[in-house]
Design a protein around this ligand. Structure first.
Ligand code: SF4
Ligand code: SF4
Length: 371
């Protein structure tokens, strides 16, 4: 029996509703678009009836708006699932952030049902709004959207389909381009993707990743169609291609970044606005010393950045929320990626991957090999 099934968007809503009805979770982190379909914010939902309209394609393509992310929301607004069981639908970086937060006792991993969007990456909602403005398209007239590794597509309410090649007016975020872990092999319950499927078909490929998910699947009343070998081969080949491209991009970006002599001085352009701290899913201190010193004006911007690297250099999961939101456009995720890559090479520790693997900074000298 394969672990891959062909389902529809409607089946996905049924899965979420069943999670609550069967009391596998108490709440689901859902989303709502207050102004339009492109800019969605997370919210906690416990009523299965309200999960009918889950904004799946928006979450796939744009992620939660601005500094919001599923993992940050789970930690900050859903109590880290310490006392309630929560379903989180997020990107691979969210699943990896949970692992780092779990190790630091901020999240109870056993209480989280993790659904990972194993897709291409994300584009920025603001770029789409600007593109529509330029094209004279009313955002309200967009009925549906789709993203492949080559183009962004929208379907208007009158049935017109518009296609925009990636790389010109619109593109996948820089951190997503170098995220070579878009598909997780552990620490998820369900994976969903629309890679290789027909645009606007509202079909998905569902991957079952845990015993908990198998149990849920047995309780579902949806049609259970296994993905045939040919279709699965096409998907796996495409996913490997996407990850290989990301790996090459990552190596290129990091090597270019590390060869730039001005890279540390560039960080001095930081205005200490605090947005990157507020956006970061793995920044968890309740009383942030940096925020305090910033308000008291007794810290300089380089020390501010160096303290950030000391705090989260071994837990950054390359979600990109910091540089996407930085008003000074500093290449923050690249800077942190260069640090986590160094840690990976030196200590064989990859952030967000193994639940039980201790964090290198907590190793004894013997474990570190420095005695
Ligand atoms: S978001 Fe940018 S400018 Fe603001 S504190 Fe972070 S690095 Fe500095
Ligand atoms: S430092 Fe930036 S890229 Fe890394 S986890 Fe925090 S917000 Fe995401």
């Amino acid at each position: 029996m394969s672990n891959y099934y062909l389902i529809t968007f409607a089946d996905f809503s049924e899965i979420l509703k069943t999670l609550i009805r069967e009391k596998i979770v108490d709440k689901v982190i859902s989303g709502e678009g207050k102004r339009n379909r492109f800019q969605i914010s997370p919210l906690l939902e416990s009523d299965p009836k309200k999960l009918e309209e889950f904004p799946l394609s928006s979450l796939f393509i744009y992620n939660f708006d601005r500094i919001n992310s599923a993992s940050k929301f789970l930690h900050k607004k859903a109590g880290g699932a310490l006392t309630e069981k929560i379903a989180m639908i997020g990107h691979p970086a969210d699943a990896r952030a949970l692992i780092e937060l779990g190790k630091r006792l901020q999240v109870e991993l056993n209480n989280v049902f993790v659904i990972v969007l194993e897709n291409i990456g994300t584009i920025q909602a603001n770029d789409v709004i600007n593109l529509l403005k330029e094209e004279g398209i009313d955002p309200e007239s967009v009925e549906d959207d789709f993203l492949t590794d080559e183009e962004y597509q929208i379907k208007l309410k009158d049935g017109t389909i518009k296609k925009y090649p990636l790389g010109k007016k619109i593109d996948i975020t820089d951190n997503d381009k170098r995220a070579d872990i878009k598909k997780l092999d552990q620490n998820f319950d369900l994976g969903i993707t629309w890679i290789t499927l027909e645009p606007f078909s509202h079909e998905l490929i569902l991957r079952i990743g845990s015993e908990k998910a198998k149990d849920l699947f047995s309780k579902l009343t949806i049609k259970k169609v296994e993905v045939n070998t040919k279709k699965l081969d096409v998907l796996l080949k495409k996913q490997s291609e996407i990850m290989e491209k990301a790996r090459i991009q990552k190596e290129k970006d990091i090597s270019e970044y590390l060869s730039r002599p001005d890279r540390i001085n560039e960080l001095a352009k930081c205005t200490m606005c605090g947005v990157c701290i507020n956006a970061c899913p793995v920044c968890f201190c309740t009383d942030c010393i940096l925020q305090k010193q910033r308000k008291e004006k007794n810290i300089d911007n380089l020390t501010y950045q160096m303290t950030r690297v000391a705090h989260i250099g071994d837990s950054c999961v390359n979600c990109g929320k910091c540089d996407i939101n930085c008003p000074t456009h500093l290449p923050l995720s690249l800077y942190f990626y260069s640090v986590t890559t160094k840690i990976k090479n030196e200590f064989k520790y990859e952030t967000g991957m193994k639940k039980k693997e201790p964090i290198p900074r907590s190793w004894t000298a013997l474990e570190r090999g420095t005695t």
